[in-house]
Design a protein around this ligand. Structure first.
Ligand SMILES: *[C@@H]1O[C@H](CO)[C@@H](O)[C@H](O)[C@H]1NC(C)=O
Ligand SMILES: *[C@@H]1O[C@H](CO)[C@@H](O)[C@H](O)[C@H]1NC(C)=O
Length: 189
């Protein structure tokens, strides 16, 4: 009788031993975490945030930055004309194409653009940041009083999808601007 009780006690204790793990929630946590990660990847809209560092660095975290300027004066550009900046000082991520003047976003995200125009003496240079053929931000450059060359700068921040096309276009009048002092730059945040 006493022996039977002793065996029973051992059995019960070992039963408890199995159940009491030093970190009870860990396995459950790992399973939950795995399913969250899988769901995250499956859903797709947060695709890049689900990826690990080595994968991310190859795609989304790549530096995208360019800085370009005019090589030739631009005279009498018509409305909707694209300003092609021929001199490329920086083109990390190869988003800017110097033969077309178009920057193509290599990846989606928030981008900062700046363009500075030096207008021809007494003449206009009304330019806009154009995103996929839509005017987004305006730079009105004209000194009606002193008729000197004036520099006009504009900075803007836009959200782009991968493949969106961005350039500087003329939104009004004919545009006249000096080379070298007229530049366009941008980078992904
Ligand atoms: C991260 O991604 C790389 C490239 O796909 C892969 O080789 C590596 O095993 C991944 N690391 C982890 C911890 O998932
Ligand atoms: C720039 O655009 C031109 C005209 O579309 C194209 O032929 C050329 O391959 C492009 N250059 C680069 C580096 O993508």
């Amino acid at each position: 009788m006493f022996f039977k009780f002793f065996v029973l006690m051992i059995t019960i204790q070992c039963g408890w031993c199995d159940k009491v793990s030093p970190k009870p929630g860990l396995e459950l946590f790992r399973e939950d975490y795995k399913s969250v990660e899988e769901t995250c990847l499956a859903v797709g809209f947060v695709k890049n945030n689900c990826k690990n560092d080595s994968q991310t660095s190859k795609t989304d975290q790549r530096v995208v930055a360019f800085d370009v300027r005019l090589k030739n004066h631009k005279r009498n550009l018509a409305v909707k004309a694209r300003v092609v900046f021929e001199t490329v000082d920086l083109n990390e991520g190869v988003g800017y194409n110097a033969s077309t003047g178009i920057f193509t976003a290599p990846s989606g995200g928030i981008y900062v653009f700046d363009w500075t125009i030096l207008s021809w003496q007494g003449q206009y240079a009304y330019t806009s940041l154009v995103v996929n053929d839509q005017f987004k931000s305006w730079n009105h450059c004209y000194d009606v009083v002193s008729k000197t060359s004036i520099p006009c700068s504009k900075m803007t921040v836009v959200k782009l999808n991968q493949g969106d096309k961005v350039w500087i276009g003329v939104f009004s009048g004919t545009a006249n601007m000096y080379q070298k002092y007229t530049s366009f730059s941008g980078c992904k945040l």
